[in-house]
Design a protein around this ligand. Structure first.
Ligand code: 13P
Length: 251
């Protein structure tokens, strides 16, 4: 359980300049805890403060990532409102979330997600690829079928980039609800995802869990043997909650 784990924050549409000190506090905490050196910590924050963080914060342990990139096949051009992977590379940004259910809900298609993966990896940006089913599919026991489809469609044209992807299983019905799946369900689900990626794409995948992760339920979630870490929304906004999650995980 104590191999290199990922603790990734997704700030979503939250965070002003003044909130960047939350990240500095977490960086200081990790610097002091040598035994946590094997931990990967990435904060995926809005574009408006991402440049500031990468240029000003001088972080030692925490890495900064984005929450999306443009799917355009070009680096610069007529695409109002979009941010290209090249622009993020210019800031030395090394990670981005892609395919989050909130982006999918707003119109991101599998095809676009697949294009985004290609553009990100070509620019040396590692992808945190989110997949997950909605409540209806969960109730119909179609969760794995849905997730498999998402993986298939976004990966088939990105086979040479697979090593640059961290997979995040985020059941939509768990995001922001305080409800998490049962341990036995998650253990089984992680096994299935990893097996599928191994058989179909020949990779030993890193797979993390996202959905209502908090200091209250981390003791339960840490028992999922095959889980390589967590993608944390609400509980990543305040340093205390985020640090509590890490402390409890390693206790
Ligand atoms: P919450 O932790 O707020 O449920 O959000 C999870 C999530 O969507 C992370 O990407």
């Amino acid at each position: 359980m104590h191999s290199k784990k990922y603790f990734i924050a997704n700030w979503k549409m939250n965070g002003l300049k003044g909130d960047l000190n939350q990240i500095s506090i977490i960086d200081n905490f990790l610097k002091k805890k040598n035994k946590l050196s094997a931990l990967n910590c990435i904060f995926c924050i809005p574009y408006t403060i991402l440049g500031l963080a990468l240029i000003n914060l001088k972080l030692k342990k925490v890495k900064i990532g984005a929450q999306d990139v443009s799917n355009e096949a070009f680096d610069f051009g007529p695409s109002t409102g979009q941010i290209s992977s090249k622009m993020l590379k210019d800031l030395n940004c090394k990670f981005t979330i892609l395919g989050h259910s909130e982006k999918r809900f707003n119109g991101d298609t599998e095809h676009q997600i697949s294009q985004k993966i290609g553009m990100a990896v070509k620019n040396n940006i590692k992808v945190i690829l989110c997949v997950g089913e909605n409540l209806k599919d969960y109730k119909k026991k179609k969760s794995f079928y849905k997730v498999k489809k998402q993986l298939q469609l976004s990966l088939k044209k990105n086979k040479k980039y697979l090593k640059n992807i961290i997979f995040a299983y985020e059941p939509i019905w768990s995001i922001g609800t305080g409800i998490i799946p049962e341990n036995s369900y998650l253990n089984n689900f992680f096994l299935k995802i990893k097996k599928y990626l191994k058989n179909e794409f020949k990779i030993k995948a890193t797979v993390i869990y996202g959905g209502s992760v908090s200091p209250k339920n981390i003791n339960e979630l840490k028992n999922i043997d095959l889980c390589d870490g967590f993608l944390i929304g609400g509980a990543s906004l305040k340093h205390k909650n985020f640090i509590d999650i890490i402390k409890k995980y390693y206790n």
